[in-house]
Ligand binder design. Structure first.
Ligand code: BGC
Length: 768
């Protein structure tokens, strides 16, 4: 496919003409409305293009004009990332892009290889773990708006993200793309992201629905989970994205649930998503997640992408005709095997997607790599960084003249790699460069030692970092060079952690160990012995073991922050920004401390069954709702760092919490108020958390569950009242036998806390 083929297909030219016609119509309509509001304007075109008609009328009109072949044509891919429109009617192609941290570079029409554009280097925004760690829904809105603008500028209609799969094990290679272990936090953070993206006429495609909590055997794992756990832990963030965020698209996941692949899983897609939640958007398959025509037709899938059919590997003229929802479907309809009812439903949803995105009556144009986007990325990055330990107030950096930075992650570009979220970023400021530009102007000398070699490579699907990270020194030489430099420095900042290579934080394979790779533990201990002023910065999207935790005075949890990585980190280490991030997941001391104890729970066991050519593995979520802090706090297992934890350069004092009532009715609300004072000497922000504890219930419930939070910015000495309101949904558990949320009339306790393990005050109340 020639390069221009990816830009101007015949269908794209027709689409551009249609958009022009459509936009002229909108402009004419608006102009005449402005002149005389009482005069109705005759629209001289087909009803489906009339911007003044309701969306559903246009959808029905367009549908009524389409042939069966045209309906089938719009529900499957025509290239790696696009699906066909209807050129005869001027209906547009739909263009998708990854997601979820920036707009992916263009690939060839039929291949994953780079198209070689020079205009597709994007702003890389912080990974979603970092966004979740801000605990700030306003920043999530800013994130969504900014990335949506980049998608719109690049002509994309669907952004493949955000991801809200729950953090079930620290080994999951894709946790960095998700929003942590708590369904409430993920729900509050996903809604503004979706709204922000969609305000640009770009659909957010929330992924991966559902129970896609690991990469090991991701195509063949059949998850067994009870309904209470499904509804309480794994569905809420998707439901919030659909019902509160009005998400226009959802992506099915690769794995199976109860014996059916999730891209065509009857219960998940038809019964729950479209039935119980009333989802009216499109269900898009994950790339290659469709396995059979019959289920793809009947079980709620709307658009098929990325399938590896025989047609593709055998290289027919138009291999996409061999997709399960292409010729096989059409043949099935002609043979009377399928009626047109399902086809009309799918086509209707795709038409709705077109009218919401590229044919939206209020056009948007977006912007790309703007200074505002860099500023947003830097701010979100700095607000998400979590200060884990700061003995003796070693941070922020002050009064030091000679600082040594050690570690591969201080110089390694992290925007490339990790799988489908890999980005070709316009620029990426490394932690070392960020620190140098923040510190050197004030006369601080910043030197660098590698300390260890991890992964010197840096390419993904043809995007290369251009960095040469190879180092010929032996491991012991690297270590002794770093240690001797540490001895003669005022302060040492070790910047290591994981990276985006296979079996680290990357799609396609889980981590093989909980500990840090490449001998970093030994390097850290040696540096701690050489210099008492050691700061360890861990860059990862996952918890890691820290056997040296007591040897090191200061620890910072950093993330894959993208273009502004070095600036965000320098802002926090120098105190330009006072850290306020809080962990969106628990750090266990050891992996065995967590709730997953058996092979059956993770990574699953072979069943001996095959479906098609796939040997199926079964995995049982027998830990139930006891995931993350719900397990650690209920079983009283002390974590290394708890959920919701994070320090500041200032201190906060919590006053007595109060409730505006001592009891709540089933459809009432209670507001809790707690005064918080900044008792230190610098301005800072605190995330106040509200957990609910059920004193006695007819089912075993977690010791506490997050049901509210508020972030408050305070000047030194300032006090503010933080208010958090709940209704009875915060008290309910999902009762599988009645298939409903149940709030039992009894006593509850509202815990006001600064992390799941640091409860500052409590209020008891009753539900009547
Ligand atoms: C990933 C999706 C991604 C898609 C397209 C799949 O392998 O699981 O998250 O959006 O590829 O790149």
């Amino acid at each position: 496919m020639p390069l221009w083929g990816a830009v101007l297909t015949p269908n794209r030219i027709i689409l551009m003409k249609t958009r022009l016609f459509f936009l002229c119509a909108v402009a004419l309509l608006a102009a005449s409305c402005g002149r005389n509001v009482s005069r109705s304007v005759a629209f001289d075109g087909p009803a489906y293009l009339n911007p003044s008609l309701p969306e559903e009328e246009r959808v029905e009109d367009a549908l009524s004009r389409m042939t069966t072949e045209e309906k089938v044509a719009i529900i499957h891919a025509q290239s790696k990332f696009s699906s066909a429109g209807v050129p005869r009617l001027g209906l547009p192609e739909v263009w998708c892009t990854d997601g979820p941290h920036g707009i992916r570079a263009e690939v060839l029409w039929d291949e994953w290889d780079q198209a070689g554009w020079t205009s597709d280097s994007c702003t890389a925004f912080p990974a979603l773990t970092c966004l979740a760690a801000t605990w700030d829904p306003e920043l999530s809105l800013l994130y969504g708006k900014s990335i949506g603008e980049e998608a719109r500028y690049r002509g994309k209609d669907v952004l493949l993200g955000p991801g809200v799969n729950i953090y079930r094990t620290p080994l999951n290679g894709r946790n960095f793309e998700y929003m942590g272990e708590d369904p409430y936090l993920a729900s509050r953070m996903v809604v503004p992201y979706v709204k922000g993206v969609q305000s640009n006429n770009v659909a957010a495609c929330v992924k991966h629905f559902a129970l896609n909590n690991q990469e090991t055997n991701r195509f063949t794992t059949d998850v067994k989970v009870d309904d209470r756990t499904l509804y309480e832990i794994y569905l809420p963030a998707f439901k919030a994205a659909v019902q509160e965020g009005d998400a226009w698209a959802i992506m099915g996941s690769y794995n199976l649930y109860d014996g059916e692949w999730n891209c065509h899983n009857d219960r998940l897609l038809n019964t729950i998503l479209k039935g119980e939640w009333g989802f009216d958007g499109v269900v898009i398959s994950d790339w290659g997640g469709v396995h059979m025509t019959d289920q793809a037709v009947r079980n709620g899938l709307d658009m098929e992408f990325g399938t590896w059919t025989n047609g593709l590997t055998m290289g027919l003229t138009n291999a996409y005709d061999s997709y399960y929802l292409a010729r096989p479907y059409l043949n099935g309809i002609k043979a009377g095997e399928f009626g047109e009812e399902e086809l009309n439903d799918k086509a209707r949803r795709v038409l709705r997607l077109m009218f919401r995105t590229s044919l939206n009556p209020t056009p948007k144009y977006g912007k790309f790599t703007s200074p505002e986007h860099s500023e947003a990325a830097r701010k979100i990055g700095a607000e998400g960084i979590v200060l884990l330990k700061n003995d003796g107030g070693l941070l922020p950096i002050s009064g030091k003249k000679n600082i040594l930075v050690v570690g591969e992650n201080a110089i390694k570009m992290m925007t490339v790699g990790g799988g489908s979220s890999s980005l070709k970023a316009k620029y990426e400021i490394s932690p070392l460069d960020g620190l140098r530009s923040a510190l050197e102007p004030s006369g601080v000398k910043v030197s660098y030692e590698r300390g260890y070699v991890g992964d010197a490579s840096g390419s993904y699907n043809g995007v290369t970092t251009g960095q040469d990270l190879s180092d010929k020194r032996s491991a012991s030489q690297l270590l002794s060079d770093a240690v001797s430099a540490a001895k003669s420095s005022d302060m040492v900042i070790f910047i290591g952690g994981l990276n985006k290579s296979d079996h680290e934080d990357a799609e396609g394979a889980d981590r093989l160990q909980y500990g840090l790779p490449y001998g970093q533990d030994e390097v850290i201990s040696a540096l701690a012995a050489a210099n008492p002023n050691l700061v360890v910065v861990n860059i990862s999207g996952n918890a890691v073991a820290m056997p040296w935790v007591n040897e090191v005075p200061a620890i910072v949890q950093d993330w894959y922050i993208g273009s502004e990585a070095g600036n965000s980190l320098a802002d926090v280490l120098t105190g330009k920004v006072n850290p306020s991030g809080k962990l969106p997941f628990t750090f266990p001391v050891a992996l065995e401390d967590g709730p997953l104890k058996t092979q059956e729970q993770y990574p699953g066991v072979p069943t001996g069954k095959t479906i098609g050519m796939f040997p199926i593995t079964e995995e049982t979520y027998s830990e139930g709702v006891f995931v993350g802090y719900r397990y650690f706090d209920t079983e009283n297992v002390t974590p290394l760092f708890p959920f919701g934890y994070g320090l500041s350069y200032t201190t906060f004092e919590y006053g007595e919490p109060k409730a505006d009532s001592s009891s709540m009715t089933k459809d009432g609300k209670i507001t809790f108020t707690v005064p918080v004072t900044n008792t230190g000497s610098v301005a800072g922000a605190e995330v106040v958390q509200l957990y609910i504890s059920d004193s006695e219930a007819s089912v075993k419930r977690p010791e506490k569950e997050l049901k509210g939070f508020g972030k408050v910015y305070l000047e030194p000495g300032q006090t503010a009242e933080v208010k958090m309101t709940i209704d009875s949904s915060a008290l309910s558990f999902f009762d599988a036998s009645s298939h409903s949320w149940v709030a039992e009339s009894e006593e509850f306790t509202a815990l006001i806390a600064s992390s799941s393990r640091d409860v500052k005050g409590s209020v008891k109340f009753n539900l009547k």
